[in-house]
Design a binder for this molecule. Sequence first.
Ligand SMILES: [Zn+2]
Length: 141
Amino acid sequence: MSASPVSALGTHAIIDNLFAIEINQKHKDLVIRMNVYTSSLTTGYYPKTIALLNHHLPSIFKTKCFNDFNQPFLIEAADTEIAHLFEHIFLAFLHRDKLSISDESFTYSGVTSWNWQREPKGLFHITITGTENDYSLISWF
Ligand SMILES: [Zn+2]
């Protein structure tokens, strides 16, 4: 894994030629551009996903997921886009980080989108948004 800042506005990382992420701040949102370089673009190709999440980040299953079938994330995570999983991992870490420094209520939300008719296959866009007056997302990068 390597990560290096490319500008004052963003951070860019390439992870073992599996995927690349570029994170930028847009107002108080974090806008993440994720390029996945494998043809296996969903967790359905990785049958150990749920077991690994249960072992390393069980709090991810407390994140609320708004998906087409209204499935809990435990079910959704078994066969979802890699970037959608990344969004929930990010949200779970934000939640854990925020709880460690404050007991104030807070909400983060995320949206993952893609359009492979207009953009290359494997390119995803993830937007992470905090609550109205919460600028703590900015301090992450
Ligand atoms: Zn979701």
